[in-house]
Design a protein around this ligand. Structure first.
Ligand code: AR6
Length: 178
C-alpha cells in the first residue's frame, strides 16, 4: 500500500519523468492520439507503437477496454516501461468514476507485477476526455491510497499546468486532513 507521504505532486511533462513506469492516457485503439498519448509516442519513438501493434494482434484485437491497463517498452523515454490505460470520457448523465478508479488501480497492479518501484501518472481523462480536474484528482488520489502493491515505493502525479497542480495539491491536503 502506498502511504500519503509516498505520493509526489509535480508540475511538468510526463515524458521527462525518470520513474520506472510512466502511465499513458491512451485510447482503446492503442495506436496513439493527441495530448499525453501523442507526446509519449513522439518522444518515445516507434518501438512503443510496435509493441502496441503486437498487443492488438495478440490480445486486444477489439481494443483495450476502458479502465484496463497494459505495459509496453518505454522506447527512448527515460522510464523503463509505459503502462497504457484508457480513461473514461466524462459524462454528466452517467457516473463513470469506477472506470477512472480502475485505470489507476489496474495501472498500479501492472507496474507492480513488473517489479516497478516508481510510477508517474498524468491527470487521466482531464484533457480531451473532459473530466473535471477536481473530481479526477479526488478519484486518482483515493484510489492510489487504497490499492495494494508490493514493489511500488513512490507514486508521482505529473500535472501539466499550474492550475491542475493546485487542484491536486488541494485534494491531497484535504485527504490528509481526513
Ligand atoms: N505531460 C503531462 N500532462 C500532460 C501532457 C504532458 N506531456 N500533455 C497533456 N497533459 P489528455 P485524456 C495533460 O488529453 O483526457 C488522446 O488523444 C492535459 O493537460 O492527454 O485522458 C488519447 O489517444 C490533461 O490535464 O488525456 C485519447 O484519445 C491530462 O494530461 C484521449 O486523448 C490528460 O489529457 C485521452 O484523453
Amino acid at each position: 500500500m502506498v502511504s500519503a507521504r509516498n505520493i509526489q505532486l509535480v508540475q511538468g511533462d510526463i515524458t521527462e519523468q525518470e520513474t520506472d513506469v510512466v502511465v499513458n492516457a491512451a485510447n482503446s485503439s492503442l495506436l496513439g492520439g493527441g495530448g499525453v498519448d501523442g507526446a509519449i509516442h513522439r518522444k518515445g519513438g516507434p518501438e512503443i507503437l510496435a509493441d502496441c501493434r503486437a498487443l492488438r494482434a495478440s490480445k486486444y484485437g477489439r481494443g483495450l477496454p476502458t479502465g484496463q491497463a497494459v505495459a509496453t517498452t518505454a522506447g527512448r523515454l527515460p522510464a523503463k516501461w509505459v503502462v497504457h490505460t484508457v480513461g473514461p470520457v466524462w459524462s454528466k448523465d452517467e457516473d463513470r468514476s469506477d472506470l477512472l478508479a480502475a485505470c489507476h488501480s489496474n495501472s498500479l497492479q501492472v507496474a507492480d507485477s513488473l517489479g516497478a518501484k516508481t510510477i508517474a501518472f498524468p491527470a487521466i481523462s482531464t484533457g480531451i476526455f473532459r473530466w473535471p480536474v477536481k473530481s479526477a484528482a479526488e478519484i486518482a488520489l483515493t484510489t492510489v491510497l487504497a490499492t495494494e502493491t508490493s514493489s511500488i515505493t513512490a507514486v508521482r502525479f505529473v500535472l501539466f499546468d499550474a492550475a491542475a497542480f493546485e487542484v491536486f495539491n488541494d485534494a491531497l491536503t484535504e485527504l490528509l486532513r481526513e
